[in-house]
Design a binder for this molecule. Structure first.
Ligand code: PEP
Length: 249
């Protein structure tokens, strides 16, 4: 069954005290009228503290990244097992900022997804085209290679455990949202790709989130679309009142 997921991505924002204040405020004022899965993808350093506050609530914690090896001499890196041990249930894989600034390839992301699943973390695999791709009519080619290469070799059972986030790069942090029609068109394309990857009708088992300048003002129209199962939200997830409006769209 497709789950509705509202996920915040704090990126590299907030110190630990601000994160604790946010978690306290969210817990005190929490309401979830659509019964969505609610998730905060926090910086590594804040996860333990906010998990302590939120552990007896329905609000879940995710990480924004993880390393592609299990353990060892990788100074400065954080493993799947580590994020799991501090309470993460989800992990973002292949956010466009990771693809762009850290040169993460589809092949590398495939390894990370595999490892996340091994540790029973739900990967949120992010895909999306840049502005130049959209302008040159390459959106569908780019999405196809991100999906086919990133999800290569997974069984149907594994594919069912993955969440996809479609985030057009030109819409992230820019205030330019894809129209609900533009987003839905790509979501339905992704759903058909997932079916062809598994050779079975798994498309109804996988949630596909939209991300890119989602705000309390545009979330409702996006969420009305048939193939949009939720939202991955950066800027508008940083304040409790705005995040609560998004949750209760
Ligand atoms: C994101 O961080 O994934 C994102 C979509 O950011 P924003 O909502 O700020 O565009």
């Amino acid at each position: 069954m497709r789950k509705t997921i509202i996920a915040g991505n704090w990126k590299m924002n907030k110190d630990v005290n601000e994160a604790i204040q946010f978690a306290d405020g969210l817990k005190r004022n929490f309401s979830n009228k659509n019964k969505s899965t609610v998730l905060i993808c926090a910086p590594y350093t804040h996860i333990f503290a906010i998990n302590h506050i939120l552990k007896d609530t329905d609000i879940l914690i995710g990480a924004q990244n993880m390393y592609q090896e299990e353990k060892g001499a990788f100074t400065g890196e954080i493993s799947a097992e580590m994020i799991k041990s501090v309470g993460c249930k989800y992990v973002l894989i292949g956010h466009s900022e990771r693809r762009e600034y850290f040169k993460e390839s589809n092949e590398l992301l495939n390894k990370k997804i595999k490892l996340a699943l091994h540790y029973e973390l739900t990967p949120i695999y992010c895909v999306g085209e840049k502005l130049e791709h959209r302008e040159n009519n390459q959106t569908f080619n780019i999405i196809e290679s991100q999906i086919k290469e990133g999800l290569k070799g997974f069984s149907t059972e594994e594919l069912k455990k993955i969440v996809i986030a479609y985030e057009p790069v030109w819409a992230i942090g820019t205030g330019k949202t894809a129209s609900p029609e533009q987003a839905n068109e790509v979501h339905s394309f992704i759903r058909s790709l997932l079916m062809s990857l598994s050779n079975s009708d798994i498309s109804e088992s996988i949630s596909i989130l939209y991300g890119g300048s989602v705000t309390p003002d545009n979330v409702t129209e996006l969420m009305k679309k048939h193939d949009i199962d939720g939202a991955l939200i950066g800027g508008a997830s940083l304040k409790v009142d705005s995040f609560l409006k998004l949750i209760n769209y």
